[in-house]
Design a binder for this molecule. Structure first.
Ligand code: BES
Ligand code: MN
Ligand code: ZN
Length: 497
């Protein structure tokens, strides 16, 4: 990725050879902006006020106005920050993304950013840099014509912000992780195979000196991973069970969770199996079914670079869910690595099967907490839509600390109940349980309850990211396509709890 560079400016913007100014404007009430913080700005009377008037700019969050070819200054961007008292990291991240996109539209190679004194605050500065770096994502790997316009912005000058290169570097490490996750999800399923995920893990291990263990099919069979292997058996792609580990020199003794396992669903293509995805099941979108795995690898990229004082295991059961003569049949009974016998009622409920063995594997590592991320159910999209992920958990301290990280990162999560009574609908006549529940709703809850059967005593949280992993339309700092959801949340949580 070609990221723009950041440079801190202590005094007036006019000192640099500029081509564009971006002003953050607060909202005063619903009809007028609050621009009094800009009255010292030399451009205030001649440029800003007329532009605010002419564009009827209110400063409302999510709004933007641009002008090109103005006398003396050239290009100006006004970006709404919303009410001053409500300002936070996510509003700034979004505004930064909008500034980036406006600069591209205006063909501006540099921009002078004037957000009052907001960027003096390290958390705000980090959010701003993240917004720029996430918006700067481009994916032209599968295009024969490269678009030069997409990397046009080279330099971001930050006015009124105290020089803090460390915070910029932290934002860069996080954005690199998010953008890796996006690359993995966006890659077509004939490229992003289980072997390619294993190759990516191998590269991360080399880059950041992480320990790596890739379990082949035979290794998984020895461990009795019958649930995971049942999903792999209908595919010609070689399955890979990936285990990366970051170990610090010393652990943070203050933290309740010092040794952590992050587990990501890595179904590189979900055809549904014999319960083939037909009708409006959107089989053509199912390359995104490894978004949990991508988030875990993205987190590994960031954690390897940031090096916090936590031991982190990154675990990915990777496979395709396909159909051939060996494919699992509805009605088959398989045995997971904890000995539980599962009747496979529906081959399209495959994510929970591969995660079952991954959870058993992770718990054996003796970690303090396990967090899994999975594009697990369409029911999650029905419940919370595409802006929020559901979180399920057995340990309030773990769930609460993840929920506390959420607003800082802008990755929204909402707590869902592990309503035990629904488990009855997963009873099987022939085996210990079925892999599906009642057809009458609560599909994301029954999926989570299924996973819970494979956790004994370790604190565990499950994020169902089926709705948030992918965007149909570009939005602020997201392009259309993969969002990289989960990387920022995981990293923030690991650094702050
Ligand atoms: N990968 C899907 C879930 C999904 C749906 C992800 C939409 C992203 C967007 C999962 O494997 C699946 O097929 N779930 C089934 C479960 C059902 C058969 C119990 C579903 O949600 O329909
Ligand atoms: Mn499925
Ligand atoms: Zn799936």
């Amino acid at each position: 990725m070609q990221y723009p560079e950041f440079q801190f400016l202590s005094s007036q913007a006019s000192q640099v050879a500029h081509s564009c100014y971006a002003f953050g404007i607060f909202e005063k009430n619903h009809t007028t902006p609050e621009a009094s913080h800009l009255t010292d700005e030399p451009l205030y009377h001649d440029v800003l006020l007329p532009l605010i008037k002419e564009s009827q700019f209110t400063g409302q969050q999510g709004t933007i106005a641009t002008a090109n070819g103005l006398p003396t200054v050239g290009k100006v961007i006004l970006v709404g920050l919303g009410k001053q008292e409500a300002i936070g990291e996510e509003a700034i991240r979004q505004a930064a993304g909008m500034v980036y996109n406006a600069c591209i539209k205006l063909y501006s190679p540099s921009v002078v950013v004037h957000f009052n004194t907001l960027l003096n605050d390290t958390t705000h500065l980090k959010a701003f840099a993240e917004g720029i770096l996430l918006a700067a994502y481009v994916d032209e790997r599968f295009k024969s014509q490269k678009d030069t316009k997409t990397t046009y912005l080279k330099k971001v000058y930050l006015l009124n912000a105290k020089a803090d290169d460390q915070t910029i570097q932290l934002a860069q490490k996080i954005a690199t992780g998010v953008n890796l996750a996006r690359d993995l999800v966006n890659a077509p399923p004939n490229y992003a195979t289980p072997s390619m995920l294993a190759q990516t893990a191998t590269e991360l291990a080399q880059k950041h000196h992480l320990a790596l263990n890739i379990l082949e099919k035979e290794d998984c069979a020895k461990l009795g991973m019958g649930a995971y292997l049942s999903v792999t058996q209908g595919s010609n792609a070689v399955p890979k069970f990936i285990h990366l580990c970051y170990k610090p020199k010393s652990l943070d003794a203050q933290s309740p969770f010092q040794k952590i396992a992050l587990i990501g669903k890595g179904v590189t293509f979900d055809s549904g199996g014999l319960n083939l995805k037909i009708g409006n099941a959107q089989i053509e979108l199912m390359k995104c079914d490894m978004a949990g795995a991508a988030a875990v690898l993205g987190a590994a990229e960031a954690i390897g670079a940031i090096q916090p004082r936590k031991e982190v295991h990154f675990i990915i059961p990777a496979t395709e869910n396909m159909i051939n003569g060996s494919a699992t049949k509805p009605g088959d009974v398989v045995t997971a690595s904890n000995g539980k016998k599962i009747e496979i009622d529906n081959t399209d409920a495959e994510g929970r099967l591969i995660l079952a063995d991954a959870l058993v594997y992770a718990e054996k590592l003796g970690v303090d907490a396990m967090v899994d991320l999975a594009t697990l159910t369409g029911a999650m999209v029905t419940a919370l839509g595409t802006h929020m992920s559901g979180i399920f958990g057995t340990d309030p301290q773990l769930t609460n600390s993840l929920m506390a990280a959420s607003p800082r990162t802008g990755e929204k999560i909402w707590q869902m109940p592990l309503e035990a009574s629904y488990f009855k609908s997963m009873q099987s006549i022939v085996a210990d349980m079925r892999n599906t529940g009642s057809k009458k709703g609560a599909g994301s809850i029954t999926a989570a309850l299924f996973l819970k059967e494979f956790v004994e005593k370790t604190a565990w949280a499950h994020l169902d990211i089926a709705g948030t992993a992918w965007k149909e339309q570009p939005w602020c700092y997201h392009h259309a396509g993969a969002t990289g959801f989960g990387v920022r949340l995981l990293v923030d949580w690991l650094l702050n709890s």
